[in-house]
Design a protein around this ligand. Structure first.
Ligand code: PGA
Length: 244
């Protein structure tokens, strides 16, 4: 894993967007793995601005999202399909038929779909405060494939801010598996904010183990972590020497 220290959330977002654009310019029919949540919002804003100013074309791009809640329709403002439409897809020229989300019905067939597109060229990831990637919670097998997962209370609580109440947060989601994520050719992990400082410290200092899903990324040959100063705060305080 390589680490890029970003001076701010905006710089982290700009850097990530720059790398996505470079990837699309290098390979017009790139398969992008996309993440939702608070962290990548700034990156999607930068991609939107780039499209408005420079018309980087997404005509041949396919996107596969990491996860989706079970029980919310695509039109529900809390669904990840809706999130992607609002934050990115409606602003760029990607054909709607080239944007994919895992679903309960499709299950493991999502793996075949990704394979038929040629595999994920670049996967964008966030990390949960408990170390999850996608919705693969601590304890998930590193061999897991796409399927239905039960959300932990801490994840439901972290995501409750988007819902009217915690009761409305779905209890289950469909998530790309850890093995699926690991098959991506390149991965960018975005980490922002003080609430992620402890997990980022754990990621860099603890062993690879299923209790810490993101730790598997240390065994992938091409992972770039881009973290802002708030996220880096504990790591720098405790392990200052790592960065000297
Ligand atoms: P966040 O979610 O970007 O909203 O913090 C990240 C995650 O849970 O993977």
């Amino acid at each position: 894993m390589k680490l890029i220290e970003a001076a701010s959330y905006e710089k982290m977002s700009e850097k990530a967007a720059e790398l996505v654009i470079e990837q699309i310019k290098r390979k017009a029919n790139t398969v992008l793995g996309l993440a939702t949540g608070g962290t990548p919002v700034g990156m999607y804003k930068c991609l939107t601005e780039d499209y408005q100013n420079k018309q980087t074309s997404y005509e041949q791009v396919n996107t596969v999202n990491l996860d989706e809640y079970v029980g919310l329709s695509k039109e529900d403002p809390n669904s990840y399909a809706y999130y992607m439409k609002e934050h990115l897809f409606k602003h760029i020229n990607i054909p709607p038929g080239q944007t994919f989300f895992p679903s309960k019905e499709q299950g493991e067939q999502y793996e075949e779909l990704i394979a038929s597109l040629g595999g994920i060229d670049l996967q964008i990831l966030g990390i949960g405060e408990n170390g999850h990637i996608g919705f693969n919670e601590p304890g998930t097998s590193f061999h897991s494939k796409t399927g239905i997962v039960k959300l932990t209370d801490s994840t439901r609580m972290a995501n409750a801010r988007y819902f009217a109440s915690i009761k409305e947060v779905p209890t289950h989601a469909v998530s790309m598996g850890i093995a699926t994520i690991m098959q991506s050719k390149k991965i960018i992990l975005l980490v922002s904010g003080k609430q992620k400082a402890n997990i980022l410290h754990r990621l860099f200092t603890e062993d690879v183990k299923e209790a810490l899903p993101a730790s598997i990324l240390k065994t992938h040959p091409n992972v770039l972590v881009i973290a802002d100063q708030d996220a880096l705060s504990v790591l720098k305080e405790q392990e200052g020497s790592v960065f000297q």
